[in-house]
Design a protein around this ligand. Structure first.
Ligand SMILES: Nc1ncnc2c1ncn2[C@@H]1O[C@H](COP(=O)(O)OP(=O)(O)O)[C@@H](O)[C@H]1O
Ligand SMILES: [Mg+2]
Length: 252
């Protein structure tokens, strides 16, 4: 289990239409402890995707620093696994080969990587789909494979940007419960980005509210694990935490 530490991180874009700089992130200082699950929530345009892309190393920061397990990062690396809203699976590869792709890139041989991929597919209840192709799966299953594929790299930190936003509401609840179950098993350090307040609260140990590129608030989520929607939907603590986060997001 590894930590993620952001210190006074900032990001500005050049807006070619206005000919000016746009500040997307400003002075973000945030630590995710080893094995902690942190949600980042905020309205559209507050800088969530920018934050994820900078941490992933896909975009250079304009100032400040990012450390994984104390090491400064420069560019993308296998220490950070990324899951996006779009599935981004290889359509010509089976589920097994999609999940084994990361280990393959690290030079792991066929037998060993099939075993790794199978272990993670089993963890997500997807072993039966190992030989199928992405197009043969529902959207929810594809996204599940996307999560498992990121985990099969055994990243120090898992970065997720609205991974369940494009699946139907029913499936989303199931995926959230599964993600909790997998996280409890693996205890990967997670930074989970969403604009969905109940999702942010349901999943996280701590919710960070982002407003106009700045950290506006941090709210600890002291709910027991494992978390199930059937239990939490009527839970007073869950309701009051969600209301508090929602107020902060609306004020953002
Ligand atoms: N490539 C880009 N060039 C210029 N401005 C950008 C670019 N990407 C995002 N922005 C701006 O940065 C801000 C944050 O965007 P984004 O990180 O996508 O927010 P969110 O994911 O929270 O909706 C917005 O004002 C957006 O218009
Ligand atoms: Mg976004």
């Amino acid at each position: 289990m590894k930590s993620l530490t952001l210190n006074q991180l900032s990001k500005t874009y050049f807006d070619p239409y206005k000919g000016t700089q746009v500040t997307a992130l400003e002075d973000i200082s945030l630590s995710v402890a080893p094995g902690e699950f942190v949600s980042v929530v905020g309205p559209s345009g507050c800088g969530k995707t920018t934050l994820l892309n900078v941490i992933a190393g896909f975009l250079p920061e304009s100032g400040g620093s990012i450390r994984v397990d104390g090491r400064p990062i420069s560019g993308p690396g296998p220490d950070r696994g990324v899951v996006f809203q779009s599935f981004a699976l290889f359509p010509w590869k089976t589920v097994l080969d999609n999940v084994g792709f990361g280990p393959k890139m690290r030079g792991v041989g066929r037998e060993a990587r099939d075993a790794i991929a199978m272990e993670y597919l089993q963890l997500a209840g997807l072993a039966h789909a190992a030989e199928r192709y992405p197009a043969e799966l529902s959207g929810g299953m594809q996204q599940r494979v996307g999560v498992v594929r990121a985990l099969a790299n055994e990243p120090d930190v898992l970065l997720m940007d609205e991974p369940f936003a494009s699946v139907d509401a029913q499936t989303r609840l199931t995926l959230q419960e599964e993600l909790i179950r997998i996280w409890l098993d693996r205890r990967t350090t997670v930074l989970f980005i969403t604009h969905d307040v109940p999702e942010a609260v349901f999943l996280a140990n701590r919710v960070v509210v982002l407003s106009k590129g700045r950290v506006m608030d941090e709210i600890a989520v002291d709910l027991q694990h494992p978390r199930k929607w059937d239990d939490l939907i009527e839970n007073d603590r869950f309701k009051s935490l969600s209301a508090r986060v929602l107020q902060r997001v609306r004020a953002a």
